[in-house]
Design a protein around this ligand. Structure first.
Ligand SMILES: [Zn+2]
Length: 136
């Protein structure tokens, strides 16, 4: 859970960019802000914390990191240069991540990048990256 002080420390995100800022994990937000700094391009958040009901409605994985406020979905930039910078920032920031990362690029009508941070209860030791193709 992010406190007001945690949220006030974010340099690249306004609280209003999160639908449920207080439900976000402070460690994840700190890392996300560092990744955004390294990318040098906007991170447009299209999904952050989800309730179990909301997560089920969008077909989310039942143990989705969104449920714990440890994931966001970012709009995939239309510009290839911007998309490259976004990914580059995330890769550069990966070494600062306090736990393994989960990256999922979903290609479809509304392409987005899912970015999550596992925690110690997940038993994950490695970063994971998936590319998911969905045609709608
Ligand atoms: Zn997601």
């Amino acid at each position: 859970m992010a406190t007001e002080a945690d949220l006030a420390r974010l340099r690249h995100f306004r609280v209003s960019e999160f639908r449920a800022p207080e439900r976000m994990d402070a460690l994840f937000l700190t890392w996300l802000d560092a990744a955004r700094e390294m990318a040098g391009v906007p991170f447009v958040i299209t999904s952050d914390w989800r309730s179990p009901v909301e997560n089920a409605a969008v077909g989310g994985y039942e143990r989705s990191l969104h449920l714990r406020g440890r994931a966001v979905d970012l709009r995939w930039p239309a510009s290839r240069i911007t998309a490259f910078k976004l990914l580059r920032g995330i890769v550069l920031a990966a070494r600062l991540a306090p736990a393994p990362l989960q990256l999922e690029l979903e290609i479809g009508a509304q392409p987005h990048l899912h970015l999550g941070l596992y925690d110690e209860t997940d038993g994950k030791g490695e970063h994971e990256m998936f590319v998911v193709h969905r045609t709608l």
